[in-house]
Write a protein that binds this ligand. Structure first.
Ligand SMILES: Nc1nc2c(c(=O)[nH]1)N[C@H]1C(S)=C(S)[C@@H](COP(=O)(O)O)O[C@H]1N2
Ligand SMILES: [Mo]
Length: 555
């Protein structure tokens, strides 16, 4: 601490008397010093995180903590505003906050070093605590943030020194040091510059360049090291078994999208499949070390390796539409895939699940807990543990190597990704992640329909044109879809062939548009006769409801 105090002394020297002008000129440089120090801190932290693991990076850890702590309305706003870029938005936001914080620290530290050093130390501690206490964190995960903070402090002191160099200090604090006044002046001008004594621009920019180089080099090296954790290669090498029970054959003309531009395809390609989860870095599970453990209310619980699961004789293949509770009316947080896996009910029964369990607490490797109703897991046709999606191993973002799929329930109460544990429990005994945040504990998917084409507010030439979209009511099936133009009658749409109740259906209604502006509204009826309600509900806490209605213009 002594050196820091000494180093800061010159700043309060000659130009600190009252004029203030020279220091004002140094402020932008000091802010730059703060920014560069933050860069060095983050780069250093990334380098160490490259050795420890991706979850230990301070930006990731702090971002993860923000995700865990922010209230649901804010999260809903972020999803609504940034959609699937919400995570990028969070990282960019976190970096912006760090940048502003660092610039302010730099300016503060110009006068006195202590607040600057303390500020960086605080940042290190926040990162370290966030990383170490995260659901998948350990004490080792504190290391990158702490190392980064040390590097940041060193960089800050090195960068501030040329802004408040010892030249001025020597000249003022010891005026009678024997150096002739003229000589003193020359030293001051030579080592410093016109802004005032003690400011050595050249040294500042050289140190700055070195700091920037160090930040980029360590950050880049850290990123490279992190590739070791990537399981993409292992995933690509995985051979999926053939299903003992393949998916039902699709009737001819099953996919209407082939003929209608803008209509959602029957199957969602994996790269287009929506993604919703709290994971800032996608969990990487090495399939060789994978283990699924069953615990809790079972008579004879056991664990399964991935080979145990892949090698079973009861592998099924099923087509199911997955839906997120956060989907708004007309939204796109739904997708259909051909899933490959093993029947969930069979697995639970062979472990002797006890009748008293009404909730399965599903645990993912990143600490997420998802509470699925035991009864649905046992009784819903085609509930499964999936390892294949549309003919490939599960993509890493979609839960590689194993996730749960239960048709008819929103993803947050059924579709646990990166699944490593199933604890047979009860709703009374355990509150999972989302119910702790006041989302409904039980959440069947509400019947929904959406207009894909024409797009809202679209202008198109008057004449005959297809109005088309998709509708879903998993486990019950879609029986009918109707469209209303302005306040006219409900007109029945043509439906894609019924493949399975768990699969959405496409619908299409050709319509003659005279020039003008129209309000198009859609509503679905389940195969059981339930009519989609027009009563609006927000996604929170149990899923949105209401009719999708858009305005279009024929010219
Ligand atoms: N581990 C984990 N599993 C999860 C989630 C999550 O945040 N973490 N989100 C759930 C939610 S809210 C939904 S809608 C589905 C989304 O699955 P997808 O990203 O493959 O579309 O995953 C579910 N499984
Ligand atoms: Mo979801």
């Amino acid at each position: 601490m002594t050196t820091i105090e000494q180093a800061s002394a010159p700043a309060t020297g000659p130009d600190g008397q009252g004029s203030g002008r020279p220091r004002a000129g140094r402020r932008p440089l000091a802010a730059g010093a703060g920014l560069l120090s933050a860069g060095v801190a983050l780069g250093g932290a990334e380098l160490v995180a490259g050795l420890v693991g991706p979850q230990a990076s301070p930006v990731v850890a702090v971002g993860d903590t923000v995700i865990t702590l922010v209230p649901e309305p804010v999260k809903a706003f972020a999803i609504a505003t940034f959609g699937e870029s919400d995570k990028i938005a969070l990282v960019v936001g976190t970096l912006l906050v760090i940048a502003v914080y660092a610039a302010v620290l730099g300016v503060l530290a110009l006068r006195r070093r202590t607040p600057g050093v303390a500020g960086i130390a605080l940042f290190g501690v926040v990162g370290a605590v966030a990383a170490a206490t995260g659901p998948a964190g350990g004490p080792l995960d504190a290391l990158p943030s702490l190392a980064g903070a040390v590097a940041g402090v060193v960089a800050l002191l090195a960068l501030l020194a040329p802004l408040t160099g010892p030249t001025a200090g020597a000249a003022t604090t010891r005026p009678d040091d024997g150096v002739p006044p003229a000589e003193r002046l020359r030293t001051s001008l030579g080592a410093g510059d016109r802004k005032g004594p003690g400011l050595d621009r050249r040294r500042f920019f050289l140190t700055g360049a070195a700091a920037a180089g160090a930040a980029v080099a360590t950050g880049g090296a850290g990123r490279l090291l992190l590739r070791r954790f990537d399981v993409g290669g292992a995933r690509a090498g995985l051979v999926l078994p053939a299903p003992a029970s393949p998916a039902a054959a699709l009737p001819a003309g099953a996919d209407l999208a082939a003929a209608i531009g803008g209509l959602t395809p029957l199957f969602t390609p994996n790269r287009d499949f929506y993604r919703v989860d709290t994971a800032l870095t996608v969990p990487q599970i090495d399939p060789a070390g994978y283990e699924l453990s069953l615990t809790g209310m079972f008579d004879a619980p056991r664990s399964y390796t991935l080979d145990d699961l892949l090698g079973r004789s009861d592998v099924i293949e099923r087509d199911t539409t997955l839906t997120c509770v956060s989907n708004t009316v007309g939204g796109r947080l739904a997708g259909t895939a051909r899933w490959l896996g093993i029947p969930l009910g069979a697995l639970l029964r062979e472990n002797g699940i006890r009748p008293g369990s009404d909730q399965l607490v599903c645990r993912s490797v990143d600490g997420m807990t998802i509470g699925a109703p035991t009864r649905s897991a046992l009784e819903v046709k085609d509930a499964m543990l999936a390892f294949g999606m549309n003919g490939e191993p599960l993509p890493v973002e979609h839960g590689f190597p194993v996730r749960m799929i239960i048709p008819g329930l929103y993803g947050y109460v059924s579709a646990c990704k990166w699944l490593t544990g199933i604890e047979a429990s009860t709703y009374d005994a355990f509150d999972v992640y989302w119910t702790e945040r006041d989302w409904a504990a039980r959440a069947p998917i509400k019947i929904a329909s959406r207009i894909d084409t024409p797009a809202p507010l679209r202008r198109f030439p008057a004449g005959r044109r297809a109005i088309a979209g998709v509708a879903w009511a998993q486990t019950r099936g879609i029986g009918a879809v109707e469209v209303r133009v302005d306040d006219g009658p409900w007109l029945p749409a043509q439906l894609s062939p019924q493949v399975d109740a768990d699969l959405w259906r496409q619908w299409v209604l050709p319509h003659d548009f005279a020039p003008g502006s129209y309000q198009l509204t859609v509503r679905a009826t389940s195969a059981e006769g339930e009519v989609q309600t027009e009563e609006r509900a927000e996604p929170f806490p149990a899923g949105s409801s209401g009719l999708h209605s858009i305005r279009v213009n024929a010219t």
